[in-house]
Design a protein around this ligand. Structure first.
Ligand code: FES
Length: 590
C-alpha cells in the first residue's frame, strides 16, 4: 500500500525497492503540507537541492569520529568517501555522530559505555529518516556498540572498519600496539629500558592513522565484521593509511544503496550460520577473548541463540593459522599483504569449517567472496595442514570457581601451565593488587595462582581489561614470564599469558570467586575444561554467609549499568535490550 509522496518520478529510471513499500524516509521527506515542509526546509539550510528528496534511498553514515578516540580520528575522510559512493549510486547520504568510545582515555573502561553507545545508535537510527546505514567502526568497543544498536533496528546495514595503523618500528624492532606496551613495562621493570626509551617508543608505536595493528580487539572485531558477512571483503586488514581503505569506503557507499533496493537487512545476514563462521574465524586468527562477549551480545540483539559453550564446541578443533602478535610475530599490515582474512576463510572452507552459503553484504556468499583468495606468505598465514599453532579458539572452563563459565585463550598461553595446581595469592580488587603486587614481602612464587576479584561487569564497574595483571617485579627479575592468573576481568586483545578471564558469576555479584582466600588451592586443567577451587562446600558456604556486597551506585548511568548489566557468559548486554524491535517509523509530534 504505497503512500502518497509529494515528489513523483525521477530524472532517470531506477530500480524499485524489493518490497512493495514506500521507503521509510518517505514518511519524512515525501509528505505534502506542513510535515514535509518541516522535514525538507531545515535540511535545505545545508545547501541540499530539492531533487535529493525525490524518494531515493537515504543512507545514514553513523560516525564514531572523535579526537578523543584517536583510532577513529581519520573517520571524516572515510565518511566523505562513503558519500561519494552513495551519490554515485543514486542515494542521499546523511552523516550523523554517535557516542565514540576511545579505549585509551575513557575511565573507568569503555566497556562500561558499550551498551550506552549502542542505545544511542539504535535510537538515532530509529528516530531519523534513514533507509540504510553504514557503520563507521574502529576502536575496540565502537564495533560491537554499533552492530548491537543497528541490529536492534534491522535496516539494511553495512559496517566499514577504519583499518589498522601501519606497523610500529622502534629502532630495528617491529613493535605492535599494546603487546609491546606490556613488554616495555616488563623491560623497564627489569632495568633493561630507560624512561626516555619508553617516551621515544610512544611515537614509534603509533605512527599513522588507524587502530591497534596487533590482532587485538579492534583487529579481531574488524575480522568479525568480515566473517559475519557485515563488511566487504578485505575489510579487516587494509591499513587505515592505505589508499585502498578509502576505495573500500567508496565501494561501501555504492553498495549500501543497492542493499536498500534489495531490502537486504541485517537479519538476513546475521544468522546462526554467520555467527558460527565468526566463532571459527576467531579461532583461526587467534582473536581476542573480547570477541566472545561482543558476539554474544550482538547475537542476543538479533535473537540468534548463541551460547558461551558454542565457543568451545565450534572452536575446539580450530588451529591458529595467523602468525600475528600477540600470539605470533607479524602485524595487520603484513596480514593484508599476505592476503588477509579471505585466505583464512578459504582455508576453513576447504576443510569443512565454514558455512560457504552464508550471505554477505555484497550480495554474494562467503564462498564466492573467498574462493579465489591467494596467499602471498605462508609465514604470516599458515595452511590448515601446517598451522601456526595447533590450538586456536577460545577454551570455555567451568567448575566450582566458575559455575557459569570462564574463558582462556590457549594460543596466548604457556603450554606447560595449561594443567596447573597452585596456591592462591588473592587481590580483593585492582587497588589492592596495585598496593600489594610489588611488595617485596609478598609471599608469592611462580607456582602460585594470582587471583583478582571485583573486576567483572558490576565490579570495577564496567568489566575492565586488567585480567592479565603484570607479574610481581621480583619474579620478573628472576626471569619468570608467565603465571596462571584468574579473575572476573577481561583482557586486552593485545595481551598474552595463561590468563583465566570472565569468571562468572563475578565476585561483585556473589560468585564463588568472591570467596577465594590466600592459600586456597586453585586447579586449572585446560584439557578437562576445569577450573576448581579445592575448598569444601561447607567451608564455601560459611564464607558465603560472611560475604557482603559492595554498596551499589545510587544514581545516573552507573546505577542503570549496575542494575541491568548481564553477566559475561551472556554478553554483558542490558537485560532490557536483548532482542530487536526493528525500525518502525516513530509517531509525528508536531
Ligand atoms: Fe583503539 Fe586499540 S586503542 S583499537
Amino acid at each position: 500500500m504505497a503512500k502518497k509522496t509529494l515528489i513523483k518520478g525521477r530524472s532517470r529510471a531506477r530500480k524499485q525497492p524489493a518490497r512493495n513499500a514506500v521507503r521509510r524516509s518517505a514518511e519524512w521527506f515525501g509528505k505534502p503540507g506542513m510535515d514535509g515542509f518541516h522535514h525538507r526546509s531545515w535540511m535545505k539550510n545545508q545547501g541540499l537541492p530539492h531533487h535529493l528528496f525525490d524518494g531515493r534511498p537515504v543512507i545514514g553514515i553513523c560516525n564514531t569520529w572523535s579526537e578523543l578516540t584517536p583510532c577513529n580520528a581519520h573517520f571524516r575522510v572515510l565518511a566523505e568517501r562513503i558519500k561519494r559512493g552513495v551519490y554515485e549510486a543514486g542515494g542521499f547520504p546523511l552523516e550523523f555522530p554517535v557516542t565514540s568510545l576511545g579505549e585509551t582515555l575513557m575511565r573507568p573502561t569503555t566497556m562500561m559505555f558499550r551498551n550506552l553507545a549502542s542505545m544511542d545508535v539504535e535510537e538515532s537510527i530509529r528516530a531519523n529518516p534513514l533507509d540504510g546505514v553504514v557503520l563507521l567502526v574502529g576502536c575496540d568497543k565502537t564495533t560491537p556498540a554499533l552492530l548491537m544498536g543497528a541490529a536492534s533496528c534491522d535496516l539494511p546495514t553495512l559496517a566499514l572498519s577504519g583499518g589498522p595503523m601501519l606497523n610500529g618500528r622502534f629502532g630495528t624492532e617491529t613493535i605492535g600496539s599494546g603487546t609491546h606496551v606490556w613488554k616495555f613495562v616488563e623491560r623497564e621493570k627489569a632495568g633493561e629500558m630507560s624512561l626516555q626509551d619508553m617516551v621515544d617508543a610512544e611515537a614509534c608505536m603509533s605512527r599513522s592513522v588507524g587502530h591497534c595493528m596487533t590482532m587485538g580487539t579492534a583487529s579481531t572485531m574488524a575480522s568479525m565484521v568480515e566473517a559475519l558477512g557485515m563488511g566487504l571483503p578485505s575489510n579487516a586488514a587494509i591499513p587505515a593509511a592505505d589508499s585502498r581503505r578509502n576505495a573500500l569506503a567508496h565501494m561501501a557507499g555504492r553498495r549500501i544503496v543497492e542493499m536498500v533496493e534489495e531490502d537486504l537487512r541485517m537479519s538476513k545476514i546475521l544468522t546462526r550460520k554467520a555467527f558460527e563462521n565468526a566463532v571459527r574465524v576467531n579461532g583461526a586468527i587467534g582473536g581476542s577473548t573480547n570477541a566472545v562477549v561482543h558476539l554474544l551480545a550482538v547475537a542476543g540483539r538479533m535473537g540468534v541463540k548463541l551460547k558461551l559453550d558454542d565457543w568451545d564446541v565450534l572452536g575446539r578443533d580450530i588451529p591458529c593459522l595467523v602468525n600475528l602478535m600477540p600470539s605470533g610475530s607479524y602485524l595487520m599490515e603484513d596480514f593484508y599483504y599476505a592476503g588477509g582474512l579471505p585466505v583464512v576463510m578459504k582455508e576453513l572452507a576447504e576443510n569443512g569449517l565454514l558455512h560457504k552459503s552464508a550471505k554477505t553484504v555484497n550480495g554474494k556468499t562467503q564462498w564466492a567472496n573467498v574462493k579465489d583468495a591467494k596467499c602471498y606468505s605462508r609465514d604470516v598465514i599458515h595452511s590448515f595442514k601446517k598451522p601456526f599453532k595447533k590450538t586456536g579458539g577460545i577454551v570455555v572452563l567451568s567448575g566450582n570457581l566458575a559455575p557459569q563459565g570462564a574463558v582462556l585463550k590457549p594460543s596466548a598461553a604457556t603450554a606447560k601451565l595449561m594443567k596447573h595446581k597452585g596456591r592462591a595469592v588473592v587481590f580483593e580488587n585492582i587497588e589492592h593488587y596495585k598496593e600489594r603486587v610489588d611488595d617485596p614481602k609478598l609471599d608469592i612464587d611462580e607456582t602460585c595462582v594470582m587471583v583478582l576479584k571485583n573486576c567483572g561487569p558490576r565490579g570495577y564497574p564496567g568489566f575492565s581489561e586488567v585480567g592479565n595483571m603484570a607479574l610481581p617485579q621480583k619474579l620478573i627479575k628472576k626471569g619468570v614470564t608467565d603465571m596462571v592468573r584468574v579473575s572476573d576481568a577481561r583482557m586486552s586483545g593485545t595481551a598474552y599469558g595463561t590468563v583465566v578471564l570472565h569468571t562468572a558469576p563475578e565476585a561483585a555479584a556473589g560468585g564463588p570467586l568472591a570467596l577465594v582466600q590466600d592459600g586456597d588451592i586453585v586447579e586449572l586443567d585446560v584439557g578437562k575444561r576445569r577450573l576448581h577451587l579445592h575448598v569444601s562446600d561447607e567451608e564455601l558456604e560459611a564464607r558465603r554467609k560472611a560475604w557482603k556486597p559492595d554498596p551499589a551506585p545510587t544514581r545516573g548511568y552507573a546505577k542503570i549499568f549496575h542494575d541491568h548489566v548481564m553477566q559475561a557468559d551472556t554478553g554483558c548486554d542490558f537485560d532490557f535490550l536483548v532482542g530487536s524491535s526493528g525500525a518502525p517509523v516513530p509517531r509525528e509530534s508536531h
